[in-house]
Design a protein around this ligand. Structure first.
Ligand SMILES: Cc1cc2nc3c(=O)[nH]c(=O)nc-3n(C[C@H](O)[C@H](O)[C@H](O)COP(=O)(O)OP(=O)(O)OC[C@H]3O[C@@H](n4cnc5c(N)ncnc54)[C@H](O)[C@@H]3O)c2cc1C
Length: 474
């Protein structure tokens, strides 16, 4: 950065300015290593007022601001563009747990707080913060809210949007909005916080949030069940919901090939069930009473499922360690896929009732575009959310992987057309970012895109915040 600009930036706010190339490098490339941008600096303000001062500085100097949390996002939303006239904003120094109120069942934290530290603070107060996902050791509360993160317990507690009661936000003109209210009811006009949740940093910088807490469960049960097909998984979900009602906290579908991939790539991994199956379900219940009650209800569910033929084999975890081993298979899927080679990822949402039908139709559509393609399906099926990843045929060489990458758009379009035909969404929880900014307009109504563009223009007329993400540049 030019000396004068650097001096002026450093004088504008209190906090760190990092310009060193080596220190900047990990912040320029996204988690999937698909996008690398350029930035004149990474800045770490100390306080909300410093974020506001920095934002004003960016407006005055025509510099774009790319907010970055843990940089675990999967759609390239958290890394700068290639303009070289950008700053990465990190809230690493604004990561305090500000307040835990066990009677109001709320927690207030600064935006840079790592999700695991929010969960731990809630646990210390005897409460549960239920947002939970594979990246929880490094993703941040602001990143979670900006992406409206989902994770494994949406079925019971909702996604980040449902868990948020209040926000503090710095607007693109440098104003600070303190909306940190811990209220369950507040009908005083538009619910403004909802505009910033899921906006992927395009409308405001989330500097703090007040979130909901819940009682901790008295007992948890985890099972790994083999099912004959995806249709049976949906039937098992309905049965589990009627048997366990609100105690059902997680319901994950994993296809047979996806489990095989983990068993192949994860050291020491063992299949929880004896016989291989086309699909597996990882389900968890969280009981408010006690272990005996939890066990009785869970065993009743599994017994009924066997009787109906929708489960062919199952293992119920008898210890926390065994439950963790089941979950490790689920959480290791992204790494196993990386070890296996490139794949074309999709994060789609469907009416739950159509999941089996979708898997059949999308499988056929993919084979037409890429014969022999390997398909790895897993996801939060209790929320109608599937991660539907396509890989080159087994034994493919580098040339075949290049060909797959070259036909990525055609593969995705084949899948998205099936999704659209079933009234689904092409992004369930990962967001739009850079990955889908060119695609999303094809699957939303023009009036929706026009409203989104108007909102962006209203909040950020200079296009300072995360330009070219979510809403395409003019
Ligand atoms: C192994 C793994 C598992 C995952 N599992 C899930 C899952 O189950 N469910 C799920 O939903 N996601 C999942 N993700 C995706 C990712 O973890 C989430 O999107 C997470 O919420 C991102 O948080 P982050 O702090 O890393 O944000 P980043 O990746 O740094 O940023 C994400 C977006 O938020 C914006 N942003 C960051 N901070 C701010 C701020 N202070 N103000 C405004 N905007 C901001 C960024 O500009 C960017 O657009 C997973 C990722 C990995 C690597």
């Amino acid at each position: 950065m030019a000396h004068g600009l650097s001096e002026s930036l450093r004088a504008a706010f209190q906090g760190r300015v990092i310009e060193d190339r080596d220190a900047l490098a990990p912040h320029l490339t996204d988690y999937r290593k698909r996008w690398t941008g350029r930035a004149i600096a990474l800045v770490q303000p100390e306080r909300t007022e410093d974020v506001a001062a920095l934002v004003r500085w960016c407006g005055e100097h025509g510099v774009s601001l790319f907010p970055q949390g843990g940089n675990t996002g999967l759609v390239g939303g958290s890394v700068p563009d290639g303009s070289g006239r950008s700053i990465i904003l990190s809230l690493a120094r604004m990561n305090a747990i500000v307040d835990v109120d066990p009677y109001n069942n709320t927690l207030t934290a600064q935006g840079g707080a790592v999700l695991a530290s929010v969960q731990e603070a809630a646990a210390r107060a005897g409460r549960l913060f239920p947002l939970s996902l594979g990246a929880e050791g490094s993703c941040t509360l602001a990143g979670n809210l900006s992406t409206n993160a989902g994770g494994i317990q949406v079925l019971r507690y909702g996604n980040a949007r449902d868990l948020c009661l209040g926000l503090e936000v710095v607007l693109p003109d440098g104003q600070i909005w303190n909306g940190l209210r811990g209220l369950r009811k507040d009908n005083t006009g538009y619910d403004l916080k909802q505009l910033f949740i899921g906006a992927e940093g395009t409308l405001g910088i989330i500097t703090a949030a007040t979130v909901k807490l819940f009682p901790r469960p008295a007992a948890q049960m985890t099972a790994f069940a083999a099912v004959p097909d995806a249709h049976s998984a949906v039937k098992l979900l309905a049965l589990a919901q009627s048997t366990l009602s609100a105690s059902l906290t997680a319901f994950e579908l994993i296809s047979g090939p996806a489990v095989e991939l983990v068993l192949h790539h994860m050291a020491g991994a063992r299949s929880p069930v004896e016989n291989r199956a086309p699909y597996y379900v990882l389900l968890e219940s969280s009981d408010a009473e006690n272990e005996a009650h939890a066990t009785a209800r869970f065993e009743a569910l599994m017994g009924a499922a066997f009787e109906d033929g929708i489960v062919t084999d199952a293992a119920i975890a008898s210890s926390l360690a065994q439950s963790a081993a089941f979950w490790k298979i689920r959480h290791h899927l992204p790494e196993a896929q990386t070890a296996d080679g490139e794949n074309v990822k999709h994060d789609i949402s469907l009416p739950i009732s159509r999941i089996g039908e979708f898997i059949d139709a999308a499988g056929a559509a993919v084979q037409r575009v890429l014969p022999g393609a390997r398909i790895f399906v897993f996801g939060h099926v209790g929320d109608g959310n599937l991660h539907y990843n396509v890989s080159a045929p087994a034994g493919s060489d580098a040339e075949a992987y290049r060909a797959m990458r070259a036909s990525e758009k055609t593969i995705s379009q084949a899948i998205y057309d099936v999704v659209a035909g079933m009234n689904g969404s092409i992004s369930a929880e990962h967001g739009v970012g850079q990955l889908r900014v060119g695609t999303v307009a094809g699957y939303k109504q023009p009036v929706e895109m026009a409203m989104m563009a108007s909102i962006k223009q209203l909040f950020d007329p200079k296009g300072i915040f995360n330009p070219g993400r979510v809403v395409a540049r003019e």
